[in-house]
Design a protein around this ligand. Structure first.
Ligand code: G6P
Ligand code: MG
Length: 218
């Protein structure tokens, strides 16, 4: 068998933390006197904390001082971490462990490529950190998705060429980043949102061993 690189996004792929990001941002926007929709929220997925807050403030036609901006970032993250601290392994999305174990048993490279600065803490909470050979997260990159930097670094970290990598992503920005890195992009979520991906599945229960073998041997 060949050795490919399988790069996993975190939020919305391994765990459903996308809902906690949404709740925390929504509460923040409401406290500033406006709201945003779940459709707008799609634009926040995969996007760094700074860029997310910029977008939200623009939606609310609100501008704040640099000091206030930092304060809002801290407020959001504090509320988000309250959700995270209650997490355990029951929040790992269905069949993610099956796929991770299969890849490991078959000597494939496995790394994380996430924009989150909370990635390690989340992987520890759900007890899955040891399944990754390398972690590349929001602390390691300077350019946010759709820039390919995070995935290129995640490939280098496991010593696999970008064209031999496969990315699992739930966000539009992340699928675009994978495509820009010349990797195979696998969208996890709805066809309507993720149509730029090479393959799309609702979740990992739809990803068969045959399909994984095909990715490995192609
Ligand atoms: C992921 C999520 C985004 C989030 C970003 C930064 O990419 O999809 O919604 O804004 O990480 O996360 P952080 O945990 O650092 O605030
Ligand atoms: Mg995601």
């Amino acid at each position: 068998m060949k050795r490919k690189g399988f790069i996993f996004d975190l939020d919305g792929v391994i765990v459903d933390t996308a809902k906690y990001h949404f709740l925390a941002w929504k509460n923040l926007a409401n406290s500033l006197g406006f709201d945003f929709t779940e459709i707008q929220n799609e634009q926040l997925k995969g996007v760094s904390r700074v860029e997310s807050l910029k977008k939200i403030l623009a939606w609310g036609e609100t501008s704040v001082s640099e000091e206030k901006f930092q304060e809002l970032m801290t407020l959001k993250n504090t509320e988000y971490l309250e959700f995270i601290n209650k997490m355990d392994d029951s929040e790992i999305l269905p069949d993610v462990p099956r796929v991770l174990d299969y890849l490991k048993d078959n000597n494939q490279g496995v790394s994380l490529g996430s924009a989150s600065k909370n990635a390690r803490i989340i992987l520890e909470k759900v007890n899955i950190l040891s399944k990754f050979e390398a972690i590349v997260d929001g602390n390691d990159v300077s350019k946010a998705k759709p820039d390919p930097e995070v995935f290129l670094n995640a490939a280098t970290a496991i010593n696999v060429k970008p064209e031999d990598c496969i990315v699992f992503e739930d966000s539009v920005a992340g699928v675009q980043a994978a495509n820009a890195a010349h990797m195979i992009s696998i969208g996890i979520g709805s066809q309507d949102v993720l149509h730029e991906a090479d393959y799309i599945f609702n979740d990992f229960t739809e990803i068969s061993t045959e399909f994984i073998n095909k990715l490995i041997n192609n």
